[in-house]
Design a protein. Structure first.
Length: 157
């Protein structure tokens, strides 16, 4: 049996290759994926750096996007419903320069699971504000960026 993180890695790669090439280009990797939390790493390499040698803010946006989105994918698939996922808004606070591989962490999995249940039963659009933190563990435990994305779900069935 393959691990959940490995399965999510495969889904992210496939989604990146077929739907959003920028995701594939950034080469994200799932470090941990549970019902409650997901942690995704994007390496700091030539393709993800800005002219100051830190991670480009567009790549940070990609990391926040996939961290929140892929935490919602399993509950949506488990519901057996045709639930459309979109981000309604995006807020970012850049606190420090990310000068190493960045880890994106979202711990809102249980709230997302509940949101999917509500969206599946009501047929109306429902929103939840996700909180995602970015760190560079190889350099410091400090948070380098905080993101707030409003996840919006609607059952299209």
């Amino acid at each position: 049996m393959i691990s959940r993180a490995l399965k999510t890695n495969r889904l992210i790669r496939l989604f990146g290759i077929t739907k959003v090439p920028m995701i594939w280009y950034c080469r994200p990797k799932v470090i941990e994926h549970t019902d409650e939390k997901i942690e995704i790493r994007i390496p700091l390499k030539r393709r993800t750096k800005n002219h100051f040698g830190s991670m480009y803010f567009g790549v940070l946006a990609v990391g926040a996007d996939i961290t929140g989105g892929f935490l919602a994918m399993d509950p949506i698939q488990e519901s057996g419903r045709n639930i459309a996922l979109i981000f309604k808004d995006f807020k970012a606070d850049f606190l420090k320069r990310p000068e190493g591989d960045v880890h994106f962490i979202c711990r809102d999995g249980l709230a997302i699971k509940e949101l999917v249940k509500i969206a599946a039963s009501s047929g109306e659009r429902h929103n939840y504000k996700l909180n995602i933190e970015a760190t560079v563990p190889s350099l410091s435990p400090d948070v380098v960026a905080k993101f707030e994305l409003t996840l919006s779900l609607k059952d299209k069935t």
